[in-house]
Design a protein around this ligand. Structure first.
Ligand code: UDP
Ligand code: MG
Length: 316
């Protein structure tokens, strides 16, 4: 029997692109249904992440006109990661397999065919990997590469050049629902599930319409969240830095003692004393900040607040 596939598409203020995205994805799904590769009960679920424009009205209209479209409206904007998780968890009991994609169609829709092919070969998690990122700016590409390398050096398992375009089987979604953290970094969480997985390469296209909803600040936040949620290496760096400074200061004390015993000149330049004081102060403040980041995380996690709240779910 062919699998019930649900496409999960988070949308935030995507009115410019939504109709085009809907018709492209519908075409793709219908072709797969006709080829009997997926079930006719497959759906395209748009998750409205608290959009302020006409996004939800467009989703409602699409749903009214065609059963293939469904809509999940969150009570407010929670960010891409939360919106995606909401979509995946809310549909997991209705389908056999999900594929997550961005609403701007930057993830080439033809990757869906390769995903389905690999799914029938027995893979439960399939990561879409951006083979060609020419459409991203040099800064974005550079930042992304720096980030993946940093994560790897810190011992975090992430898939190079994979964002959130991936296929997940019902069983892996069930496993994902066991992860209770509120600070979400899905591309770090999913590899922890561990079921049989593989990667599929696709080209990253330019955004079809509208503007990016991921400004530099949000990108940096996601990267920092990824690091502090998955690695304690920054804390170790603090410890090592502290130990190095301590060792150096003990050595300089010994030198001073020897100089004193030999009755040599002990006058030190005042500027040097002030400069080293500021340096150590700076290192201490930064270290406090790093430790603070982790305490902040514990604070947020300990409240167990809901990761999203559903306002409306329209599905036939
Ligand atoms: N998105 C979302 N909530 C947000 C920001 C973005 O659901 O708060 C969605 C957005 O509509 C899109 C996807 O996340 O479907 C990726 O966003 P975008 O294409 O703007 O990011 P970029 O490709 O520029 O990194
Ligand atoms: Mg995009």
């Amino acid at each position: 029997m062919s699998a019930r596939l649900y496409l999960v598409v988070p949308c935030y203020n995507e009115q410019e692109v939504l109709s085009y995205t809907a018709s492209t994805l519908e075409g793709k799904l219908n072709a797969l249904i006709q080829a009997q590769l997926i079930s006719p009960e497959s759906r395209i679920v748009f998750v409205d992440d608290g959009s302020k424009d006409d996004t939800w009205n467009i989703i409602c209209k699409l749903h009214e006109d065609n059963d293939i479209f469904a809509g999940l409206k969150l009570s407010r904007n929670r960010g891409h990661q939360n919106a995606l998780l909401a979509g995946l968890l809310e549909v997991k009991d209705r389908c056999d397999v999900t594929i997550s994609m961005d609403a701007d169609l930057q993830d080439d829709v033809d990757v869906i065919d390769s995903f389905i092919e690999k799914y029938y070969e027995g893979f439960e998690i399939i990561y879409g990997v951006r083979g060609d990122r020419k459409s991203d700016t040099t800064v974005k590409r550079g930042m992304a590469e720096l980030f993946y390398n940093m994560m790897t050096n810190m011992g975090v398992e992430t898939i190079f050049n994979h964002a959130d375009c991936r296929l997940m089987s019902q069983r892996s979604l069930e496993a994902l629902s066991e992860f209770k953290e509120v600070n979400l970094f899905l591309r770090g969480m999913v590899p922890l599930i561990g079921f049989k997985s593989c990667t599929v390469e696709y080209s990253r296209l330019p955004r079809y319409a509208g503007t990016s909803k991921y400004p530099f600040k949000k990108m940096l936040q996601l990267a920092l969240n990824g690091i502090t949620s998955f690695s304690v290496t920054p804390l170790r760096i603090v410890t090592v830095t502290g130990s190095i400074i301590f060792t150096l200061s003990v050595l300089s004390l010994v030198v001073l003692l020897v100089l004193a015993l030999l009755r040599l000149d002990l006058t030190l330049s005042l500027a040097w004393v002030i400069a080293s004081n500021w340096t150590v102060c700076g290192i201490m403040m930064t270290s406090l900040g790093v430790v603070g980041e982790y305490i902040g995380k514990i604070f947020e996690e300990s409240k167990h607040r809901p990761r999203y709240i559903v306002d409306e779910f329209i599905i036939k």
